[in-house]
Design a protein around this ligand. Sequence first.
Ligand SMILES: [Zn+2]
Length: 128
Amino acid sequence: MGFSRDRLFIGWSPGIFSSRVDSFPVSLSQESTRQLIGSALYAWSRESNLDFKETRTGDADIRVSFVEGSHGDGYPFDGPGGTLGHAFFPGVGSSAGATHMDADESWTYNGKMAGGENHLAAAPPHLF
Ligand SMILES: [Zn+2]
């Protein structure tokens, strides 16, 4: 599926990173979205030296948001299908640490892959 490979997180030092979900897809509850992002980050942490801890307030190393179309970073989304998301390396700049998921995708809970729907739990590890 269409993840932006040029936006991969590479060269991270081992450590604990905070994550926060800033916005949510219309097709999932906030709690389902948090659980799925959390399990996806956990799956990633098991294959790396990284650890992730969700925070609900303040700044975070990784900020996940569901946005649609052109959203101000020069990498517009393309509606249903195609690109599912992209992520920016943490550091300096307004987009640093931002993880954008295409809000126009039909995100689903728990791997119901029928039709053009996307399995959110499987998406972020490929994204990162
Ligand atoms: Zn973006």
